[in-house]
Unconditional design. Structure first.
Length: 305
């Protein structure tokens, strides 16, 4: 997760060469309008099926149970540093309101560095009409303490009157109803698709236009090209083996480029370095126990483009 945060930056327009022009977006700037936090990982296939992330330019984060520290750090950096809203989707129960609370205030385990706009998508009292209710989870906490905790986490008196005895899970809603509720509340908030400033729009338009012209010229050249003039060396494998023995950092297809022309070696290495920088190094060593817990409990951003 730290490597993802370190890799974030402003969108960059990649000029066309032998490939089309493109826009590299790593992180929220230029591609994310807000973050949706869901307390359950099980809804990710549904969100993907309806293309929720792309249609609303959302980064979707989910965990099992109360948000882990890593999830709060991600939200702190992505939302706080970029002025993005955080939408929280949770069960109508004590744990759900605790999740909502811990995502907007400091705790012993995590202190936020930024002020974040947090929007509760529910479930709230108005959302549970007609839904199946279950007995609240067993606890040794007294009702008076529960009442205090729920109030601290934003529950109203009417909601607390239900929550101390009953609960309603997100799973009680049909898939269509859940998506409809989420979209209704996102639209009510006024969430809009991301459109960058005029400067980036103009730069991107120019490069895409140039890319289109280059492609048209390439197609014309390709139609006139005679592949019969290409002669494959009989000792190609021997050449590849020799190049790989001398330059162990290369791959076999890199070696073929070098076999075509020795001067291609620097170009090959430059492209490999560029690809590494573009993708980011996300596999550096971390604390094994902490890393294992984060992988198990946290589903990292989906739909970031």
């Amino acid at each position: 997760m730290g490597n993802y945060l370190n890799a974030m930056g402003e969108p960059s327009v990649v000029a066309a060469d032998f490939s089309d022009a493109s826009v590299d977006v790593i992180g929220p700037t230029g591609g994310i309008s807000g973050v949706l936090f869901c307390e359950k990982e099980g809804f990710n296939p549904l969100f993907k099926a309806v293309d929720l992330a792309n249609r609303y330019d959302l980064m979707i984060v989910s965990t099992k149970g109360v948000s882990v520290t890593a999830a709060r750090q991600l939200i702190d950096n992505v939302c706080g540093d970029n002025g993005l809203p955080l939408f929280v989707l949770h069960d109508f129960d004590v744990a759900g309101f605790m999740i909502f609370g811990t995502l907007q205030r400091d705790t012993r385990r995590y202190q936020f560095s930024n002020a974040i706009e947090v929007i509760d998508l529910g479930l709230r009292l108005a959302d549970i009409a007609g839904l199946e209710r279950e007995p609240t989870a067993a606890t040794r906490t007294t009702k008076s303490i529960l009442h205090e905790q729920l109030a601290q986490n934003g529950a109203t008196d009417a909601e607390i009157g239900i929550l101390v005895d009953e609960r309603v899970e997100l799973n009680a809603m049909t898939s269509d109803a859940l998506i409809a509720m989420i979209e209704r509340k996102l639209k009510a908030y006024g969430l809009k698709k991301v459109i960058p400033d005029d400067s980036l729009l103009a730069e991107t338009y120019r490069e895409f236009h140039r890319s289109q012209q280059l492609q048209e010229q390439f197609d014309e050249l390709e139609s006139e090209f005679d592949e019969g003039t290409i002669k494959v060396p009989k000792n190609l494998k021997k050449q590849v083996r020799a190049i790989l023995a001398k330059h162990t950092d290369l791959r076999w297809d890199d070696a073929i480029r070098v076999a075509l022309n020795d001067s291609h070696l620097s170009q090959v290495r430059a492209k490999k370095q560029k690809a590494k920088q573009k993708s980011g190094d996300f596999i550096k060593a971390h604390h094994p126990k902490r890393d294992g817990r984060a992988r198990k409990e946290t589903a990292w951003p989906r739909g970031s483009r």
